[in-house]
Write a new protein. Structure first.
Length: 132
C-alpha cells in the first residue's frame, strides 16, 4: 500500500532521518547491541529516501527495503550515488538482526560502516529535499 506523499512532509521525513542518524551515532550503552544502533542507521537511510519521495510528490510503499526505495527513485530519473547502491546492505538491520537467533551479531566495524553509509544517504537526500 503506497503512502501518499506531500511536499510539506518531506522536511518532516528528513528531520526524522537526521534524528535516527544522531541516535545511531551515540556511544553504545553497556548492555546494548551494535545491531540496535545499526537499525537506527538503517532507519536514517530509509527515512531520508522517503523524504525525497515526498519532495517529488511521488508515492512509496511502507517498506524497510533500501534497494526497493532506491530503485524507485532511479526509475523516477534520479541519479543515485554509489552510497545508495551500497546502502542496500542496511536493510538487514531493519529485519533480521532485530530478532535473536536469526543472524550473527553485528560487529563494531559493521556498525561503523552502517553509520557511514547512512550519513552519505542522508547527505544526498538533503540536496533533494526542498525547504518549505
Amino acid at each position: 500500500m503506497p503512502l501518499d506523499p506531500d511536499v510539506s512532509g518531506a522536511r518532516q521525513w528528513l528531520d526524522r532521518a537526521e534524528s535516527s542518524l544522531a541516535l545511531a551515532k551515540q556511544p553504545k550503552p553497556e548492555n546494548a547491541y551494535w545491531d540496535d544502533l545499526c537499525y537506527l542507521a538503517q532507519q536514517a537511510a530509509e527515512k531520508a529516501l522517503k523524504a525525497v519521495y515526498h519532495s517529488l510528490q511521488k508515492p512509496h510503499r511502507f517498506t524497510h527495503d533500501i534497494e526497493e526505495l532506491g530503485k524507485g527513485l532511479a526509475d523516477l530519473g534520479l541519479d543515485l550515488p554509489n552510497a545508495i547502491r551500497e546502502a542496500v546492505v542496511l536493510t538487514r538491520y531493519a529485519v533480521e538482526t532485530r530478532y535473536p537467533g536469526v543472524s550473527e551479531s553485528t560487529t563494531d566495524a559493521e556498525y561503523r560502516d552502517a553509520v557511514k553509509l547512512a550519513e552519505e544517504v542522508v547527505q544526498w537526500a538533503r540536496g533533494h529535499v526542498r525547504t518549505e
